[in-house]
Design a protein around this ligand. Sequence first.
Ligand code: T4K
Length: 409
Amino acid sequence: MRDKSALGDLAICGGVPAFGEPLHVGRPNIGDRDKFEERIGDILDRRWLTNGGRYVQEFEQRIAGLVGVEHCIAMCNATVALEIAIRALGLKGEVIVPSFTFVATAHALQWQEITPVFCDIEPRTHTLDPEKVERMITPRTTGIIAVHLWGQACDVDALSGIAAQRGLRLLFDSAHAFGCSYRGRMIGGFGDAEVFSFHATKFLNSLEGGAVVTNDGELARRMRLMKNFGFAGYDEVVYIGTNGKMSEVSAAMGLTNLESMSEFMAVNRRNYRRYHEELAWLEGVRVMHYDEKEACNYQYIVLEIDESKTAVSRDQLMQILWAENVLARRYFYPGCHRMEPYRSYFPHAGVLLPETERLVNRVLVLPNGTSISAEDVSAICGVVRLAVENGPEVRQMLDQIKGDSVSVS
Ligand code: T4K
C-alpha cells in the first residue's frame, strides 16, 4: 500500500497504484473457519442437506431472538423472500417503493405483475419521504415497501401511521439493516413484516440467503407453506408455492457468522470513524452519518460528492480510485426508474423524483468490512483528499485525457 502526496503520484497520472490487489465494496465478512468446517462435517455425516434441517431451524431461532420477533422464515435469498412476502400479504395493483434502491425491490413486485410506483426520498437518510408517499397513493395502491437503505432506518412511525390510516400493507426491505435499530428497537419487528438479506456482500452472510421476520402468526404460516411448494404434509399441497428454502450449508455459514457479529461490527465502526475523521471536513464531500446512539452495522461508507464544490465529479473520483485498485461503487445508479422495464413503462418518472435524480449522480460507496484495515482506510482517504483538494486541476487533466482518447479513437 502506498501513500500519495502529489498529483503526479496518482495512478491515473502514471503513478504506481496505491494497492497491489483490488479492494472491493462487499468483500464478505467471514467468521471462525474451524467452526464452519465442523458444521459442514456434521451436515455431511448426518446427510441432512436442506428442507428445514437442524441448522436452518437454529438459524431462524437465533435471528428471531436477536431481532425480538416471534417468527423468522429463512429463505434462499432476499429477492425470493420479498416475492413471497409480497404474495403472502396479498399485495396487488400498485405498491409504493423508492427508486433509489437495489433493483430487486422493484423486480420482486413487477415479477408478479404488480406496479411499483416510485416515490422520492429524504435527502438526509436516503429513505422514503413519508409526505411524498401520501401524495403517491391512488385507489389502486395496496401497500408500501420501504427500504432501510445502508442500514439507516426509515421514518417508521410516519410510514406506519400512513399505512394504518389508509388501510395499506407495510413491508420493509431490510436487506441492509440486520443488526440496526430504530429508536432503540431492533429493525425486524416493524410493519407487517421485514426482509433481511444474507448475501455474501451483506454485513452478515449465509453465502446466499434471506429471511422474512414478522409477529403475524398467520402470515408466517402462509410464508412457510409458500417457500416449500405449498406442502403441508408429505402428499398434501394446500397453497400455491415455490422453492424458497435455505440450505443447511447456508445456515451453517449464517450461524458461524452470527457468532462473530460483534467483531464485524467493531471493525466496521472503527473504519467508519476513521473515514469520518479523514473526510468529513472536506468541502463538497458528505460522509453518511450514522446515529451512534442506535445499533448499527456500519457496513456502508456512503459519500455524496457535490461537484459544484469539488470541481472533480463523482464519476471522475471513481475513475481515480479504480486506477488505485479501490473499486468504489456508485450504488444505486441510475435509479430503478431508469432501468428496464421501468424506464419504458414510465419514461417521465424522474419528474417526481428530484432527490433521487440528484443523489444517483452524487453517491459513491467506499470499501468497508473485515478485509479492510484502518491503514487501508487512511490510504483511500489520502487519494480522495488529493483529488478533491486539487479538484480544478484534476478535472482539467481528466477532461484532457478523455479528449485525447476520443481523438485517438
Ligand atoms: N434489497 C436491497 C436493498 C438489496 O441491496 C438487495 C441486494 C436485495 C434486496 C436482494 O438481496 P439478495 O436477493 O441478493 O439476497 C450486490 C449483491 O449481489 C446484492 O445482494 C446486493 N443487494 C447489492 C447491493 O449488491 P452487485 O451487482 O453489486 O454484486 P457484485 O457481484 O458486483 O459484488 C459486489 C462486490 O463484492 C464485488 O466487487 C466483489 C465482491 N464480492 C462479491 C461476492 C459475491 C466478493 O468479494 N466476494 C463474493 O463472494 O450486487
